[in-house]
Write a protein that binds this ligand. Structure first.
Ligand code: PXP
Length: 245
């Protein structure tokens, strides 16, 4: 069974909506680990729209499982990763206007530059994962770059319009896993996975870790809302004990 890396970016998104101190993603990481998460994933974006440098620094000190830093392959981010030394780095494409990461990274085109970035990080003892589509050319380029892992983009599978399309996308992911394994690449996957579509992806051959964020944080908001409202009613009535929180 693959392990679960919980992406806690959305916790920081809520905090940044008010530019305040709550909810703190560091607390969220602790709770995710207590619940069984085997890894914590955060994306430090160039525009710092959710995670901040302080978060990544503190997570490095507090995460007890492993810290996966998602980032663009830029000089600034490489410098930060070399200083913070996460357990591994996942290189992702990044465009300022996008709502979330769209599509996999192109490794095959800028292969020389990507190989240099991979080498710089891995020479410093930070294994690199490349977030790519299940496309043979990209998987071969990932192997050529000497990255230890790929993360297969499951967005098209998650967004499939019907069962036939979903089966086709799952088959493409399976072929991707087979090619990656034949090239000695280790395999993670993520993007758009939910409680209802995750199981078949976890069954793919060689799958090591699933990185999941949106659906978990969405569910956390809903399953936690009732308690949060009850506690506010008590607070308004002057009956909320700090020790009860
Ligand atoms: N993997 C990568 C590389 C991502 O960029 C993201 C989204 O930040 C995820 C996994 C998690 O996707 P989701 O939030 O849809 O579960």
């Amino acid at each position: 069974m693959p392990t679960l890396g919980v992406n806690i970016d959305h916790v920081a998104t809520i905090r940044q909506a008010r530019q305040t101190v709550e909810p703190d993603p560091i607390a969220a990481a602790v709770l995710a680990e207590l619940a069984g998460a085997e890894g914590i994933t955060v994306h430090l974006r160039e525009d710092r729209r959710h995670m901040q440098d302080r978060d990544v620094r503190l997570l490095r000190e507090t995460v007890r499982t492993h810290l996966n830093l998602e980032m663009a392959a830029t000089d600034e981010m490489v410098k930060i990763a070399l200083a913070i030394k996460p357990d591994y780095v996942t290189l992702v494409p990044e465009r300022r206007e996008e709502v979330t990461t769209e599509g996999g990274l192109d490794i095959a085109g800028p292969i020389d530059r990507m190989t240099k970035v991979v080498d710089k990080l891995q020479s410093a003892g930070i294994p690199v994962s490349l977030f790519i589509d299940a496309d043979e050319i990209q998987i071969q380029a990932a192997a050529k770059s000497k990255a230890k892992f790929i993360e297969l983009h499951t967005g098209q599978y998650a967004e499939a319009k019907n069962e036939d399309d979903r089966a086709t996308q799952l088959h493409l992911l399976k072929l991707g896993c087979e090619i990656a394994t034949s090239l000695n690449l280790r395999i993670n996957a993520g993007h758009g996975l939910t409680y209802w579509n995750v199981y078949p992806v976890g069954q793919l051959p060689g799958m090591e870790e699933l990185n999941i964020g949106h659906t978990i944080i969405s569910r956390a908001v809903l399953v936690g809302l009732e308690r949060a409202v009850r506690e506010m009613k008590l607070a308004i009535a002057g009956e909320l004990q700090r020790s009860a929180l």
